[in-house]
Design a protein around this ligand. Structure first.
Ligand code: GUN
Length: 306
């Protein structure tokens, strides 16, 4: 039984892409070119390859020109730095994204530090991270937490004065998510693998953001009645790892029959019985991350010409 309303990420993402399309058309008219996004993929990690393909498809949907660079897995840090240099200088490239994770021999920090902050549509460059910490305006911020904030706004969830609990402290999601909620006046707690009595801390949340990468970890009895639950998890599980709740869901069973895996979040489906609003997986935060990448590219193009 589900008491929670689902926040449909596909619907809100379509709205964001529509807004971006309007802006790219205006940009094209005034500048005589489309905003451009360069996407760099090193190696052939299957999940990363799928994400990159989807990002390039999104560009086509909203009038952004994409420049795809696929490099072999043995590419060195120096070679990748050279490509970043070239793309930093390319006037047709407004946004520059290097898909993570990079192969282990590449110095990821060095690469991220080298991306022109004005083109850093991931918001991972330390200059943009610092500006986010300070709460500056006009900064490129990471797409996933920005997508979550847009979902909360669309659902009229005002973080002001609320207890926000974030499970996961990654640079990509947990930390920037905490800062964005803090800037909107939430009382923020970040939990991680060393947190004592995690369930008890989660139960204090009015807004609970799960970003740990542990399939179905957040359980119904960890969630306060009426909480807003945002599931950032994207975990692939096979039928042998699926609990009964998943095996009872016809859509999941169809997934197993077709692909032998299904994509689940960090939140167990029975949390919907107690939450007021909840994001599904798939179809929740995932499409929002991609849509906000397009919005960031449009912003970068706009700010670069100003
Ligand atoms: N890998 C997983 N998420 C992301 C992301 O948001 N940006 C990049 N560049 N790589 C990722």
């Amino acid at each position: 039984m589900s008491g929670a309303k689902l926040i449909d990420g596909n619907v809100i993402a379509a709205k964001v892409l529509e807004e971006v399309s309007v802006d790219t058309a205006k940009f094209r008219k005034s500048q005589g070119r489309s905003p451009g996004l360069a996407v760099v993929l090193v190696g052939e990690d299957p999940a990363s390859s799928v994400y990159v393909r989807m990002k390039i498809r999104d560009c086509g949907k909203c009038g952004i020109e994409s420049f795809s660079h696929k490099l072999p897995v043995e590419t060195t840090t120096e070679e990748l730095l050279d490509l970043v240099d070239t793309l930093n200088r390319d006037q047709n490239v407004d946004g520059l994204l290097v898909q993570l994770p990079l192969p282990g021999h590449i110095n990821t920090r060095m690469i991220l530090d080298h991306i022109d902050p004005a083109k850093d549509v991931d918001g991972f460059n330390p200059k943009n991270v610092g500006k986010l910490v300070r709460g500056d305006e006009g900064v490129l911020v990471p797409c996933t937490p920005a997508g979550v904030m847009r979902m909360l706004d669309e659902e009229d969830v005002d973080p002001r004065g609320k207890n926000a609990v974030i499970v996961g402290r990654s640079d990509i999601v947990g930390k920037p998510m905490a800062l964005m909620l803090l800037h909107r006046h939430a009382t923020v707690t970040i939990c991680h693998s060393r947190t004592q009595d995690l369930a008890q801390v989660c139960r204090t949340a009015d807004i609970l953001v799960a970003a740990v990468g542990q399939p179905l970890m957040i359980r119904k009895d960890w969630v306060r009645e009426g909480a807003v639950v945002i599931d950032v998890g994207m975990n692939s599980i096979g039928p042998e790892d699926a609990p009964q709740l998943i095996l009872n869901d016809p859509a999941r069973v169809a997934d197993f029959e077709k692909k032998n895996y299904t994509l689940v979040g960090d939140v167990s489906p029975d949390v919907a019985e107690v939450a007021s609003l909840i994001t599904p997986v798939p179809g929740g935060v995932g499409p929002m991350t991609r849509a906000l990448l397009m919005a960031n590219t449009m912003k970068a193009a706009q700010w670069r010409k100003e």
